[in-house]
Design a protein around this ligand. Structure first.
Ligand code: AMP
Length: 415
C-alpha cells in the first residue's frame, strides 16, 4: 500500500517542539500587546492579483514562488506568500482609517512560497508580524525595531544585529533605479540571464541575486543613501538616532533592498551574528495602501520567521511532567478513576488515563518512559478504603490521600 509522505518543503511540528513554538508566539504577542497592538486574522487565500499589485509582479515571490490555482468558478486564487498585502486589503475593505488615526495590528500564521527548500527555508513557514498604519514619523519605524529587540532579548537570543537602509520615497527610489540601470547595462555581460531581464524590468531586484558574478559587480554599485532627498535623509537620520538612543545593535547596509517591491524609506533585517540567514525583516511601505485602492496612508511593519527562531531557543521544556498519570487497576477502578479524573479536570489539574488493562509494573514503566513526574494509583483496595495513592516518580516517594482531601493535597504537592 502507498505510504503517504508530507509534501516537499512542508513540516510536521510534533509536541516536543511545540512548547518552544508557543513560547516564541506568546512572547511576540505579549510584547506587541504591551505596545497597544491588536490581533487581526486574515484569510490564507486571496485574489492572486492582490499580491501581484502589492508585492510587485516582477519579484521572485510573485513570479516564481506563489502557489496559485483557479477555483471552481475560474477565479484566480493564491495562497498568501506573506501577510502585509492582506492586512492592507482588510484595512481598506473595512475602512479602518475612518475609525482611527493610527492602527496597530499584529498577525500570526502560515505563509506559502514555492521556493527551493533548504535549512531554514520551507514552503509552508510561519510568520508573526506587525503593521502600523497611519503614521509617517520615524519613531513608528523605531517602535517596530524596538518590539523585535525586546522580544528577541526576552527569548534569550542575544547575538543579533539589525541591518538597516533607506530606499527613499518614490522620487529618490526612481532616480536610484535609473542610475543602477545604467550601471547594470554597462556591465550586462557579467550578469546572469535572469538579471539581464531584471535590469530591464526591475533593476532593484538585481541586488537580491545570489549569483556570484552578479554579486561581484555589486561591490562598486552606487549607494542609494547618496540619492535620498532632504526629507528622506532626515527621516533616516532620525531613525538612526532612535536606534542609538535606545541601544539597538545596528549596522547600515546600503545594499539592503528586501525582496518585495512595496518598501519605501526605512528597511531592516535581523541577522544572528554567527549566521547569514535573516530571522526577521521589515520596513516602511508608504505607497502600498494607495497602490491597492485605499487612501494615501503611510505605514511600517515587520515579519519574523518563527521557523528560524525555534532552533535558536535552547531549552526543551518537558510538559509531560505537569500531567498526572492516572493508573486505574481493574474495571471498578476505571469508573471510579474517571469520576476522580473529571473532578481534577474541573479544578484545572492536567491528568491522563490509559484505559487498556495493564499491570501496575507496566503502567509505572510507561510513566517513567514518558517523563511523568506524578502518578495516581487506584485499585479495589484503595476504593474500599476511600483513598488514592499519589506517587512522586522523581523523589521515589508515595503517600495515601483521603479522597475528600485529594484536590487540596494534590494541588499543594504538584505546584
Ligand atoms: P519576508 O516576508 O520575505 O520579508 O521575510 C520575513 C522573514 O520571514 C524572514 O526574515 C524569514 O525569517 C522568514 N521567511 C521568509 N521566507 C521563509 C521561508 N521560505 N522559510 C522560512 N522562513 C521564511
Amino acid at each position: 500500500m502507498e505510504i503517504f509522505k508530507k509534501l516537499r518543503g512542508m513540516r510536521d511540528i510534533l509536541p516536543e517542539e511545540i512548547e518552544r513554538w508557543k513560547k516564541i508566539e506568546n512572547v511576540f504577542i505579549e510584547v506587541s500587546e504591551l505596545f497597544g497592538f491588536k490581533e487581526i486574522r486574515i484569510p490564507i487565500l486571496e485574489n492572486k492579483y492582490l499580491f501581484e499589485r502589492g508585492i510587485g509582479s516582477n519579484t521572485d515571490v510573485v513570479m516564481k514562488e506563489m502557489y496559485e490555482f483557479k477555483d471552481k468558478k475560474g477565479r484566480e486564487i493564491a495562497l498568501r506568500p506573506e501577510a502585509t498585502a492582506s492586512v492592507v486589503r482588510a484595512y481598506i475593505e473595512n475602512q479602518i482609517y475612518n475609525k482611527e488615526k493610527i492602527t496597530r495590528f499584529y498577525y500570526y500564521g502560515p505563509m506559502f512560497r514555492y521556493d527551493r527548500p533548504q535549512k531554514g527555508r520551507y514552503r509552508q513557514f510561519y510568520q508573526f508580524g506587525i503593521e502600523i498604519l497611519g503614521g509617517k514619523h520615524p519613531f513608528f519605524d523605531g517602535e517596530s525595531v524596538q518590539i523585535l529587540d525586546i522580544a528577541f532579548k526576552r527569548l534569550n537570543i542575544e547575538n543579533f544585529i539589525f541591518l538597516i537602509n533607506s530606499l527613499g520615497c518614490k522620487n529618490c527610489k526612481g532616480k536610484y533605479i535609473e542610475e543602477i540601470k545604467k550601471y547594470f547595462l554597462a556591465n550586462i555581460n557579467v550578469l546572469c540571464e535572469e538579471c539581464k531581464i531584471r535590469t530591464e524590468k526591475n533593476p532593484l531586484r538585481v541586488l537580491d541575486c545570489k549569483n556570484n558574478s552578479c554579486r561581484a559587480i555589486l561591490n562598486k554599485i552606487p549607494s542609494i543613501l547618496d540619492f535620498l532627498c532632504i526629507e528622506c535623509k532626515v527621516h533616516f537620520e532620525n531613525f538612526v538616532n532612535f536606534l542609538e538612543r535606545f541601544d539597538i545593535n545596528y549596522k547600515i547596509n546600503p545594499k539592503l533592498v528586501r525582496g518585495l517591491d512595496y518598501y519605501t524609506k526605512t528597511v531592516f533585517e535581523v541577522v544572528p551574528e554567527k549566521e547569514d540567514i535573516a530571522i526577521a525583516g521589515g520596513g516602511r511601505y508608504d505607497n502600498l495602501v494607495k497602490e491597492i485602492g485605499g487612501p494615501d496612508i503611510p505605514a511600517v511593519g515587520f515579519a519574523v520567521g518563527i521557523d528560524r527562531i525555534v532552533p535558536l531557543i535552547k531549552e526543551k521544556e518537558n510538559k509531560n511532567n505537569e500531567i498526572i498519570y492516572f493508573i486505574s487497576l481493574g474495571e471498578r477502578a476505571k469508573i471510579k478513576g474517571f469520576e476522580i479524573m473529571k473532578k481534577l479536570v474541573e479544578e484545572r489539574i492536567k491528568v491522563e488515563m490509559d484505559y487498556e488493562d495493564r499491570s501496575l509494573k507496566e503502567y509505572l514503566k510507561i510513566a517513567n518512559k514518558t517523563g511523568k513526574r506524578w502518578c495516581i494509583i487506584l485499585g479495589d483496595n484503595e476504593i474500599d478504603r476511600g483513598i488514592i495513592i499519589l506517587k512522586d516518580m522523581k523523589e521515589g516517594f508515595q503517600e495515601e490521600i483521603k479522597e475528600e482531601e485529594m484536590i487540596e493535597k494534590i494541588k499543594e504537592r504538584i505546584k
